[in-house]
Design a protein around this ligand. Structure first.
Ligand code: 6PG
Length: 256
């Protein structure tokens, strides 16, 4: 289902949604590598993407077909914790994906959540991104152009670590910021909306019934004045693709 510039695909369950995301990842990686010799992707955190990450490493066809050494993995956000911390988004991707690719050359640019100050981690990550994207001539309108950014959505409509009522929502110049999340009483490090909205494709992986009220609101009552941070994801020259499981999107008609 396509409305405006957004594409919504609904799947019976998390597994079929992850399989669709993996197929799209493969397709975009092959296209980018054949065009420019490199594929840039930002991974999302939380729990939903674990099924996708595990599949990318476990499926024999994907394992062989994905051009691993030509991919540069970044992160859309990170918690202010060490890389082995239970809350770490890097740990999630490392344990579900990277550790299962021992023979592959991997290019992983993680956010250093272990640094004492989240602000320092944001500054360091932005510097690393600026060096990489400039060297690969992938800076457009002053921001990096990712080939693909995976995002999730919280039950409050947040995405990456851009939470309702948080300062980071309003950042228009920086690529990466530290963002204090009052309700979690913790700092996060996150890409900003100008970066998310400069991507060639954004895939939102959303599963679970707790997300259904926001999805229904987004689809049935799109607000003129966006109410949820995830509505501010609007690639200026790219695709916004929602991959949802049925539990998160009971409001959608059954697939044709
Ligand atoms: C994070 C994520 C965050 C996540 C949503 C959904 O660091 O937590 O980047 O934006 O995608 O909170 O999380 P679940 O997949 O666990 O529902």
């Amino acid at each position: 289902m396509k409305t405006n510039d957004e594409v919504f695909d609904v799947f019976p369950d998390l597994g079929s949604m992850a399989a669709a995301a993996a197929r799209r990842f493969l397709q975009l990686s092959l296209e980018a590598v054949s065009r420019r010799g490199v594929f840039t992707v930002a991974l999302s955190g939380g729990s939903t993407p674990a099924a996708l990450y595990s599949l990318l490493a476990a499926d024999p066809h994907l394992r062989l077909a994905i051009p691993w050494s030509k991919i540069h993995f970044f992160f859309g956000d990170e918690r202010h914790v060490p890389p082995a911390g239970a809350e770490s988004n890097f740990r999630l991707a490392n344990e579900a994906l990277f550790q299962h690719l021992p023979g592959e050359t991997l290019n992983v640019h993680r956010i250093h959540g272990e640094l004492a100050e989240a602000g320092g981690a944001a500054v360091a990550y932005e510097a690393e991104m600026r060096e990489f994207f400039a060297a690969h001539h992938a800076v457009e309108e002053g921001f990096p152009r990712f080939d693909l950014i995976f995002l999730g959505m919280g039950a409050d409509g947040h995405t990456a670590s851009l939470f309702p009522d948080s300062e980071g929502l309003h950042e228009t110049g920086r690529w990466v910021v530290a963002n204090w999340v009052a309700k979690l009483k913790s700092d996060r490090v996150t890409l900003t909306f100008p970066v998310l909205n400069n991507a060639a494709e954004v895939i939102l992986l959303v599963a679970g019934e707790e997300k259904a009220p926001v999805i229904a609101r987004l689809v049935n009552h799109p607000e003129r004045e966006p109410r949820f941070p995830v509505q501010w994801v609007a690639p200026r020259n790219g695709v916004k693709r929602w991959l949802l499981d049925r539990a998160a999107a009971p409001c959608f008609p059954p697939a044709a």
